[in-house]
Each structure stands twice: as C-alpha cells, then as structure tokens.
Ligand binder design. Structure first.
Ligand code: MEV
Length: 329
C-alpha cells in the first residue's frame, strides 16, 4: 500500500471552554462535517502539500527541512504532524519505509467555522502515516503525538478538539487527555448559528490568561463554577433533561461573558434564540466569533433558527456524536 485516505470529524464545544485549559472538565461533541487527508508515499525525498481550502497549492519542501523556515499558516499543522511522526519513528523504520510524502487535504466545512480543522487534519495525517508505515498506534499514542503537534504550533490549548477528532461521539474531557470519557447519549437536537466572524483561539486564550493574572481568585472561582455546570450538564444529557441542560448553558454563557470572550454579535444571536423559545444558548469554543449553539424543544426549533438568522447568523446543519477518525475506502 502506498496511499491512503483518512477522515476525522470536526467538533463543537458544548460546555466548559476556557476553564478546560486550566484543568477543569468540558463536554465536547464530534460533528458529521469531516476533514479528510490523502497521503501518498513517493520516491523523491520531498514533502508536498495540496490544501486548497486554506490556500495552499503546490507547496514543496525537502523532507530534511520539515519544520524549518517560514511555514505558511495553512501548512503548519500538516507539516509539523509529518515531522513529529517521522521523528517518533526509530531510525531503521524511518529509512526502510519512507522516502517522500505527498499530502492532499479536503474539508467538508470551512476552516472559518471553528470546527477544529487544524486538529482534525493533524490527527488524519498521523493516523494515515502510521497505517502506511505499518506502525499500530493506540488511540492514546495517536492523541499524544497529535496534541504535541498542536502545542508545538499554538503553545496553549487543552486538546479537546484532538480527542473529538480521534474518539468521536460526545466526550467528558480534561486537558491533555487526563480524562477522555464517552458520554453515552443519542445525537443532540443542537441548533448551530455561525456569526460570520473568525475568532483567533490563541488571542482569546491569552486574553483570559491576562484577566486571570489580574484577578486570580475571581477567575479561578469562575472556572470552578464552570466545572459544576459541566457536571450538571453531563448528568442532564445522560437523562435527556434538555431543559436543565439549556439552563446551565445560559449560566455558562454568563460566566464566559464575565471572562470577556463574548461579543455583540454572539450576544444578539444568543438572546434571539432564547427569546424565540430556546431552553438555552451560549457561545461554543473560544468566543469572539465562530459559532453559538442552542437547545430548544422540538416545537420551537424552527422559530429559533429563524430568529438566529434574523439576528444575522447563518444556520449550520450538522449532526452531533459523529464517528471518530477512520480509514476511508
Ligand atoms: C477553543 O475552541 C476552546 C478553548 O477552551 C481552548 C482549548 O480548550 O484548547 C478556549
């Protein structure tokens, strides 16, 4: 075998963002919009990348130069994933299996949505290379190498998106993969509204970290309150008490707003959803833009979607609980 296609799902944070970076749990669900990566082993010792959705075409580099020089943003995760994978191989394995590597990525969703396209492509690259080189990585090994790659580039992050891409479903998660526990629930009737604004996760995480430096006790208390909300929501989801889950989503939104990561547009869409009968609504992910999510009773779903659109949002139709990383036929 000298080529393979692997796909992984995008994700949506349900509750617990930001606090999860500081050791509290979060709830994340994988969505059925997938990133797929095809890898071909080639004869020349060259790394090639085609990632048109992030404006990377005909990108080439000597394998020995991976990770060096000025790497365009759209190429960083794939290039570093290849480099980290090759470094993880012992010398003999590296020489016997590999010469050049050609990577092509394809996404069912825009990298603007905040669905975690970078983490999903990182996971796909490492999973694909391990298959092509007959190294059987456990999911935990795949997680550790992918998370290392994300940290090499971003410096910060909990890795919840890496876990969602690998394991799929809905997860109860603690930073660094200290806890990766499936939450056994059916697909959620989640309503997703895209703000049209791209958020920069690292900037927002740094902003919250600055706030925590200035008001350490207050921010730590907020994280602890978020932890409690995540635990209530987990039980609520397992019991299908969506009204209660909606209520704790609203409280979580208030705390995220206190951390300074909400925005006018997010608030407008969130209030529109609540006023149209949603049980609850909140931002999802880093904040500042990207998406908001809402839960509503079946009779109100259509009205909530219309209200979000009227507030300037775009409804994204996705299924939650999607399957984790897989080899495509
Ligand atoms: C970003 O989608 C979610 C954050 O909690 C960062 C992270 O968990 O890596 C803000």
């Amino acid at each position: 075998m000298n080529n393979i296609t692997v796909s992984a799902p995008g994700k949506l944070m349900l509750l617990g963002e930001h606090a999860v970076v500081y050791g509290r749990p979060c709830l994340v669900t994988a969505v059925d919009q997938r990133m797929s990566v095809t890898i071909e082993l080639t004869d020349q010792p060259i790394f090639e990348l085609e990632a048109p959705e992030v404006q990377i075409t005909n990108y080439k580099k000597q394998i020995t130069n991976l990770g060096t020089g000025n790497i365009p943003k759209g190429a960083q995760f794939v290039e570093l994933a290849v480099k980290n994978y090759l470094t993880s191989l012992r010398g003999a394995e590296r020489r016997s299996n590999l010469s050049g590597i050609k990577v092509s990525t394809k996404s069912e969703f825009s990298s603007q949505f905040g669905f975690g396209s970078s983490s999903a492509s990182t996971v796909c690259v490492i999973a694909a290379l391990s298959k092509l080189t007959n190294q059987s990585l456990s999911n935990k090994e795949l997680f550790d190498l992918s998370y290392k790659t994300v940290l090499d580039i971003q410096g910060k992050g909990s890795g919840f998106d890496v876990a969602a891409a690998i394991f799929g479903g809905t997860l109860h998660y603690i930073t660094g993969g200290k806890l990766i526990e499936p939450v056994n629930i059916p697909s959620l009737p989640l309503i997703i509204g895209y703000t049209g604004v791209k958020a920069d996760t690292v900037t927002l995480v740094n902003q919250v970290s600055d706030l925590a430096q200035k008001y350490p006790e207050i921010v730590e208390d907020i994280y602890d309150q978020i932890l409690l909300l995540v635990e209530i929501a987990k039980v609520g989801l397992e019991k299908n008490h969506l009204e209660e889950v909606g209520q704790v989503m609203n409280i979580n939104q208030g705390l995220l707003s206190a951390l300074g990561v909400s925005s006018d547009k997010l608030e407008t869409m969130i209030y529109a959803a609540r006023n149209a009968g949603a049980y609850g609504a909140k931002l999802s992910g880093a904040g500042g833009g990207d998406c908001m999510i809402a839960l509503a009773p079946p009779s109100k779903i259509s009205a909530v979607k219309k209200a979000i659109e009227k507030a300037g949002g775009q409804i994204l139709e996705v299924e939650t609980n999607a399957e984790g990383v897989r080899i495509e036929p």
